[in-house]
Ligand binder design. Structure first.
Ligand code: SAM
Ligand code: SF4
Length: 334
């Protein structure tokens, strides 16, 4: 089948799939404390998720990232990973991976590795148990550290994702970096994004710690060498010469990555978001449920990709958040 290509000649080879909107944490920048979750009937079944992902893989998607909410709290999730692993075996899929908060990894790391998962992203903003409970509201740090250790012993490569939060983890920049070096984890910092309507704009603006400042501070202690590595996404990497470790910076608010964007996002209800920073989406659940035939679904996917915008409109400038998104990251999966 013909490779999916958008109107700006970008091949769509990367699909991020949110398999649930639920989570066992309530990170303050991601969810409100009393989130209302979707009715179960709205969610795609694991079989429907399989059909959708398989269709995308048939259309040229080579990398699949499973996310959420917390993907590992979705009931039967291993069945879904098992189903996707057949595409790894056939060679159609080059990478099957996930982004997780780590809370369930002690249980899932081994089976995930056995199904062909090689690398995972674990979100961890602080190594201080008290601050961890504060930012995640419901999380416990030791459980996550055990999960990360289990992932490492299962042979999974772990990348730590830390949201850069002013006044929260600024003081842990070096300790987090050193901990990752000591444990051989890659580390990526993420700029906080204006997502969700009920956090109050003031809070997000206060918490905004530009990664160029973070990077400059890192440069006071280490020698940073820019790496050419590009993933088609908003991440840029450096090597810290003193430790040899790789550190990434994800700045979704800058436009420097849109031109090479290779990804789209599918929510757990079958909405396809063509851009993280735009409201436009296509409902794939309707064509999926309307017919068992492949044709209408493929057509709906091609029509959606034909609407993929050139870029997004986030802008933190002048103390006003323009282009703010009303949906939560737990909806589109980040
Ligand atoms: N629950 C999993 C986790 O935490 O890794 C997967 C889903 S979570 C929505 C994916 C990523 O989005 C996490 O690394 C999280 O830190 C990040 N995230 C959530 N809200 C964000 C925001 N407002 N700005 C930047 N990153 C955010
Ligand atoms: Fe849950 Fe991940 Fe959102 Fe935290 S960032 S509330 S762990 S979905």
């Amino acid at each position: 089948m013909e490779q999916l290509v958008d109107p700006f000649a970008r091949a769509i080879s990367y699909l991020r799939v949110s398999v649930t909107d639920r989570c066992d944490f309530r990170c303050s920048y991601c969810m409100s404390e009393n989130m209302t979750f979707l009715p179960k009937a709205d969610l795609l079944s694991l079989e429907e998720l399989d059909r959708l992902c398989t269709t995308f893989i048939g259309m040229g998607v080579q990398k699949l990232r499973i996310t959420g909410g917390e993907p590992l709290v979705r009931k039967g999730i291993l069945t879904f990973f098992e189903a996707m692993s057949r595409h790894l075996k056939s060679g159609a899929l080059k990478e099957l991976t996930l982004t997780t908060n780590g809370s369930q990894l002690a249980k899932f790391a081994e089976p995930l590795a056995a199904l062909g998962v090689r690398r995972i992203n674990v979100s961890l903003d602080t190594l201080d148990p008290r601050k961890f409970s504060e930012i995640t509201r419901w999380g416990r740090l030791p459980q996550v550290l055990d999960g990360i250790a289990a992932a490492k012993s299962a042979g999974l490569r772990v990348k730590i994702n830390a949201v850069a939060l002013k006044g929260f983890n600024e003081d842990e920049l070096f300790s987090l970096t050193e901990w990752c070096a000591a444990n051989d984890h890659d580390l990526t910092f993420i700029e906080v994004m204006p997502m969700g309507e009920d956090m109050g704009d003031g809070l997000r603006l206060d918490q905004y710690w530009p990664l160029k400042d973070l990077r400059a501070r890192l440069g006071q202690r280490y020698t940073l060498t820019d790496l050419a590595e590009r993933t088609g996404g908003p991440a840029r990497y450096v090597r810290l010469e003193e430790t040899g470790q790789k550190v990434g910076f994800i700045t979704p608010l800058t436009h420097n990555f849109c031109e090479s964007c290779n990804r789209v996002r599918l929510t757990c209800t079958g909405e396809l978001y063509m851009c993280l920073g735009q409201e436009d989406m296509a409902d794939l659940r309707a064509p999926l449920r309307a017919s068992p035939d492949a044709e209408p679904l493929e057509q709906a996917i091609r029509a959606a990709i034909a609407r993929k915008p050139k870029g997004h409109d986030f802008d933190y400038s002048r103390q006003a958040i323009k282009g703010q998104m009303s949906r939560h990251m737990s909806h589109t999966g980040g």
